[in-house]
Design a protein around this ligand. Structure first.
Ligand code: UT7
Length: 316
């Protein structure tokens, strides 16, 4: 039996093409000042030939290389994505095939921008139940494929990328590194953010999502901390979904986080990458050694559905 799981290592991947706000302003009626002021984004990465599976594989490869484990050790692969055009074989089995992971449980999961926390919660439960020992949990998106590049209300928001974590079982008696997930949804509000139909462009009622995010979510984030036995004031870092700096600042205020808490604002350089935003931001914080190993970090995703999920993890 195991007491739970912990993150051993993380990795991320972003396409090399940088698209600045000024680049977008040359084709649609927008400007750098509006995007920075209203959203907080300065630039984003946009994929060219890379698919969701490519980006997921590159991120997972890095996480695996840093974990001390090998492909033979991995028995579960899950990919959170809402933008993969390829559906079967699913992205998880494509990643497994490319990394030489022979026979894992392999599934994709779509809860839009909260996907990484849902996937990590699910993998953690599988490990707790004894159905897995070492899992790869990935968030990967190519939102540029589902963006209407003539619609200024959405085209300025999104980017492409992937982040991945390797989870392993902790021995009985040891403290788990992944706290209980707090997850849920508001299905009655589903219409305010859609990617649907045969030409599935993202459509969103930005203000409705903004209102929900700034009013409804802070109590859930606090509850995720409570379930882990951690006070928000004890957090070393907060890694929320990277949609809008004004939303992030609003939640930070309601959590009462002090000035010493590291708050991820990766959207400035990456845009909103939906299910990839939390693992991408966390992987970068770890790479830059901005959070000490073992320190508590609150992850919190939210978006289409409307869905939300979060948990406190210990930094690897
Ligand atoms: O990741 C999934 C979850 N999604 C989110 O969390 C997104 C939540 N929503 C938001 O972050 C914000 O609502 C947006 C960033 C999407 C929009 O910001 P806003 O402050 O709510 O803007 P708005 O929609 O109220 O529009 C204000 C004005 C409008 O002009 P008028 O009617 O006041 O003349 C818009 O037409 O800004 C205009 N506008 C723009 N102007 C320049 C809208 N988009 C742009 C643009 N450039 N790209």
């Amino acid at each position: 039996m195991t007491a739970g799981s912990r993150i051993v290592a993380m990795g991320h991947y972003q396409p090399s093409r940088v698209v600045t706000n000024d680049d977008l302003a040359s084709t649609i009626d927008t400007n750098d000042a509006w995007i920075k002021d209203r959203v907080g984004i300065a630039e984003r990465r946009i994929a060219d030939a890379e698919t969701v599976a490519d980006m997921a594989t590159f991120a997972a490869e890095k996480a695996l290389a840093g974990s001390g484990l090998t492909a033979a050790d991995i028995d579960l692969v899950t990919v959170a994505t809402c933008s993969s055009i390829d559906r079967c074989p699913n992205v998880a089995t494509r990643v497994a095939a490319r990394l030489g992971i022979a026979a894992p449980a392999a599934f994709d999961l779509n809860t839009a921008c909260s996907g990484f926390s849902y996937a990590m919660g699910t993998a953690d439960h599988a490990i707790r139940a004894g159905a897995s020992r070492n899992a790869l949990v990935i968030g990967a998106e190519k939102l540029s494929d589902v963006t209407d590049w003539t619609d200024r209300t959405t085209a300025v928001l999104f980017g492409d990328g992937a982040g991945a974590a390797v989870l392993t079982a902790v021995p009985d008696g040891e403290q788990p590194g992944i706290g209980p997930v707090l997850w849920g949804s508001a299905p009655d509000k589903g219409d305010v953010l859609k990617i649907e139909g045969w030409q599935p462009y993202i459509k969103q009622e930005g203000q409705a999502v903004f209102r929900w995010a700034t009013t409804a979510l802070a109590p859930f984030a606090i509850e995720a901390c409570r379930r882990a036995g951690v006070e928000p004031s004890e957090l070393a870092a907060f890694v929320p979904h990277q949609a809008n700096t004004r939303i992030i600042d609003g939640i930070v205020k309601r959590l009462g986080l002090g000035p010493d808490v590291v708050v991820a604002k990766d959207l400035v350089e990456s845009g909103n990458t939906s299910a990839a935003s939390v693992p991408l931001a966390l992987s970068k914080l770890i790479e830059r050694r901005e959070v000490p190993s073992g320190a508590p970090v609150l992850l919190f995703g939210f978006g289409g559905g409307l869905t939300y999920a979060g948990q406190v993890v210990r930094c690897p």
